[in-house]
Design a protein. Sequence first.
Length: 332
Amino acid sequence: MTRIFSGVKPTGHLTLGNYLGAVRQWVAAEQKPDDALFCVVDLHALTVEHDPARVRRLSRQAATLLLAAGLGPEKCTLFVQSHVDEHTRLAYLLECTASDGELRRMIQYREKATKAQDAGEGVRLSLLTYPVLMAADILAYDTDEVPVGEDQRQHVELTRDLAVRFNQRYGHTFTVPKATHPQVAARVMDLQDPTSKMGKSHESGSGIVYLLDEPAVIRKKVMRAVTDSGADGVVYDRTERPGVANLLDVLAACTGGDPEVLAEGYAQYGPLKRDVADAVVELLRPLRERHAEISADPGEVERVLREGAGRARALARPVVDRAYEAIGLLAP
């Protein structure tokens, strides 16, 4: 049995990048409820300034979208992070295993801390330590594989380091997981800034396709996508032609094609953009329709999350109890 774990952070509306880079791969994998755990990691949303009501709203929306995508209880365990206390119980033990230096070297911490300081804002301690909580999310379930985007590779490497270090110091306790990545569209880029990831929390949404965008909005955003000034023809080159390459990656991910082969079928940007827009609209149509159906019965979403939390708790508790004993704490 190969157990996988991954999660989504409710800091913004889920995007096309989230779907192509992660969610669709989760759905496609052959899974059973105890083999695959997917989590709305709401505690991670508290590391920066936030509106409590918005976090609750986005957490529920993310869970509903995951259900709409096909991650139902017959296929996986779907739950909310804060509903399972074992995550925070284990996080402290891992904080006692991690070092200050390795956390301060985390790229996302440096970037976000610099941005906050430039804006004259304070930096919350949780922004520094949340990669340890992320490690606890993963290690609590004897996880084998973590399907994530390329930008999360460093966090999974930290998780591996902490698991190995804990095992060496206190005896074998944790499974050491590995990161897995989809081959195509692992990192969908912003349509207005193809050198930056299509992120949920960008201030401007003009380059971001959200999963619940109306078809007309999707077409408008794709047709206004930045290409590459001064370049002729359609060529797949991520380094020199990032705008066109991003569009080709999206089209390939939507249609199952190869981006380099697809490039050969276009001489101009216009037809490429129209085909990308059509492909994205059709890809997301059933997801949006299913989301509307599920949203009409919020009690069902709450039931799924409640049962998922119970199943997750039963899986995590023996692992965390084992870690507490290994590190030297008395049993209750």
